[in-house]
Design a protein around this ligand. Sequence first.
Ligand SMILES: [Zn+2]
Length: 126
Amino acid sequence: MNEAMLKKKVKSFNTWDEWHEFEESYFHISSWKESSCEQLDKDLEKEDIIVSGVRWHSFHISYDISTEIYDLHEELSYVAYEAIEGQLEEGNDFIYDKKCNFCRVWTSEKTKQLCDFCGRKLKLMS
Ligand SMILES: [Zn+2]
C-alpha cells in the first residue's frame, strides 16, 4: 500500500482499537526495539545549530527503526487522531514546536514550515 492508500484507510477508523490493530498488523509496533544507550548519548551530546537566526536543537528517537517507517507511522497517527477525535484545533500550526524526524532536529520557531537541512515539511512536535 502506498502512503495515500494508507491514509485513506486510517481516515476510515472510528475507534482507537482499529488503529492499534492496524499499527500492529502493518508496523509490527510491539516488535520495535528501543534504541541503544550509545545512540541516546550521541543524540543528546549534539549542540544547537543556528541557521539564519533560527535555533535548531537535536532530539532523540526512542526506537531503533528506519526513519522512513518512524515518520510514516507518526504521520498516520495524526491522521488517526483526526479521524477518531476530530479535527485538530484551528491554528495549531502556530502553537507547537516543529521538528524534522530525518535530521532529528526541532525548533521553537513556530512559523517555520520547512527543514533548513533537508527541505522536508516540518512536523508538529507531539
Ligand atoms: Zn530535515
